[in-house]
Design a protein around this ligand. Sequence first.
Ligand SMILES: [Zn+2]
Ligand SMILES: [Zn+2]
Length: 213
Amino acid sequence: MLVSYRCAPTAQLPKFCESGVVIAFTVGAYLFAGVATFFLGPGRRYVSERVQTARGHPVANAITGREPVSERRLTAFGLTLSLVLILIWPIFLISKFQDRKRERRELANWEERVRSGIEFTMMGGAGSVQCQDCSYEEEIVSFTHGYSDTGPTSETGVQCLACGKFTTISEGGDNDDDGTAPCECGGTLSRDHELFCPKCRSKNLKYRMSYIT
Ligand SMILES: [Zn+2]
Ligand SMILES: [Zn+2]
């Protein structure tokens, strides 16, 4: 439509004609950038992933009894999606950029937590904690479960917030420990805190898992 603009040699409407050229050029540059971002950026992969999801896995389709989508419809879907992405490329790029920023922030948070210490909720099974400052070491249980003659059992690790002693609470089986009793020193037993060394109270601990059930 914009191509049909014609500039008369002795332009009676020079303003109109020029603005037509400017618009055509802008739209052209916008679309060119859209196509370039699509092929060089994350657009193409995004579309092929969506098409793959729509196609479904043959085995999964067989199990769920899902009718496989015809290749023609998949191609049409892929082309439409590509066209939309080319048209709205700034929005797509910004959202991708924000996704990546969010992922990086989550990873940084996780690394920060790992670096700043260990917590029972991050530790599996049973193993040993080692203090990196005073080299104190102790075998502890974070959480394990199993079965006995009288039913399911579980062992849950806790630490006394006052004296730092590690204790294992056993539930089920012959044990009737409900885990509400305080530490023998009177301190509170906790599972939701950063573990600290019972000897020097440093939080610079490492956990090495030896088994998990
Ligand atoms: Zn220590
Ligand atoms: Zn205690």
